[in-house]
Write a protein that binds this ligand. Structure first.
Ligand code: NAD
Length: 336
């Protein structure tokens, strides 16, 4: 029995990236839409065979409770809306896949976890890279000792922001600047490649506050994570320069992902001794990382297992993100 999703929010990522991916899914279907724009919702509903009665807006959203054709929602709204639309879905008796970053604050993330637990519903965060074959291969190779003892991770993510009026540059809607949007990929990479939880963070930002794009949120932010094994990660994100690169260096070589997390073209290279080679991508857990992500929640609902990228996993990042901001503000190391 497939998992039937309502997509909440019909912006760029929902319409151009996620909706076309249902065609690649094994056990996920789209059967509902939630949008503030009725004309857009009708057009997209027609395209994906979603019936008129399963189109909702932000006011009547709670009525999905009475729709037996919807099992789960996928929240693809601005970050500040993730908590509210997750909690309302749980109250309506639906499972939730929620985009990254999970929320604006760790407190909101805790409330989301509690609401889904109370309702007996699954909560999963849209960390698609956990379903991406090259990143999974890098994790496996590091665990197998392919680069010896892991010593250093370098993780960079960013793109150049344009229009200052966009929600990503409004703190109330985004929760933060490049860190909330892109730095979370650097943080995730440091955590999944090391397989450890950091015990300290030291951060600094470089933001031109006279630039109209950065009146409310940070531009460039750089932070160092210390891990219990002694491994160190240097992470950054930027809204004024383009980056998409991760490297893990150990006592006997390195693994390099370039690009590391983009929608397409992710490439893994490996250096051992004097030799550098491109590592071919193994078969992934689905036709694409996006389809594998959608089907993972379907499998978890069917089997009763917890998603590998659970609400708790999202909360861990939210706590570290808050510590990174605190460190940048105070100039001091924050212990985790
Ligand atoms: P977007 O601006 O293209 O879409 C946001 C949607 O929310 C729009 O349809 C907009 O109309 C709607 N919306 C409702 N209330 C709004 C309000 N008050 N202000 C602004 N928009 C409002 O954004 P997006 O790039 O699709 O991002 C949506 C979410 O998806 C974000 O949380 C983002 O982090 C996440 N995302 C994830 C990935 C990924 O690779 N996992 C990629 C892109 C975006």
């Amino acid at each position: 029995k497939p998992l039937r999703y309502a997509i909440v929010g019909l912006g760029y990522y929902a319409v151009n990236v996620i909706l076309p991916q249902f065609a690649n899914c094994r056990s996920s279907r789209v059967t509902g839409l939630v949008s503030g724009d009725p004309a857009k919702a009708r057009r997209i509903a027609a395209q994906y065979g979603v019936p008129e009665r399963s189109i909702y807006n932000y006011q009547n959203y709670d009525r999905i409770a009475d729709n037996p054709d919807i099992d789960a929602v996928y929240v693809i709204l601005p970050n500040s809306m993730h908590a509210e639309y997750t909690i309302r879905a749980a109250k309506a008796g639906k499972h939730v896949l929620c985009e990254k970053p999970m929320s604006n604050t760790a407190a909101e993330a805790e409330a989301m976890i509690a609401a889904c637990k109370r309702a007996g519903k699954k909560l999963m965060i849209g960390y698609r890279i956990h379903f991406e074959p090259n990143n999974l291969n890098a994790i496996r190779l590091i665990r197998e000792g392919a680069i010896g003892k892991l010593r250093f991770i370098d993780a960079e993510h960013g793109f150049v922001q344009g229009d200052p009026s966009k929600w990503r540059l409004k703190k109330a809607l985004s929760g933060g600047g490049s860190l909330a949007d892109m730095g979370i990929y650097s943080l995730q990479a440091a955590r999944y490649l090391s397989g450890e939880e950091p015990n300290a963070v030291l951060a600094r930002t470089s933001t031109d506050r006279t630039d109209p794009r950065f009146h409310e949120v940070e531009d460039l932010i750089q932070w160092t994570l210390a891990f219990p094994s002694g491994a160190v990660a240097s992470c950054m994100s930027s809204y004024s320069s383009a980056h998409n690169h991760v490297r893990a260096t150990g006592s006997s070589g390195w693994l390099d992902l370039d690009p590391a997390t983009s929608y397409e073209g992710i490439t893994l290279r490996r250096k051992t001794g004097d030799r550098t080679e491109t590592v071919p991508a193994p078969a992934g857990p689905g036709k694409t990382m996006f389809a594998a992500q959608l089907d993972h929640l379907a499998d978890c609902v069917a089997s009763g297992r917890e998603p590998i990228v659970s609400g708790e996993e999202g909360l861990r990042d939210m706590r570290i993100i808050e510590a990174i901001y605190r460190s940048a503000q105070t100039g001091r190391t924050v212990d985790l």
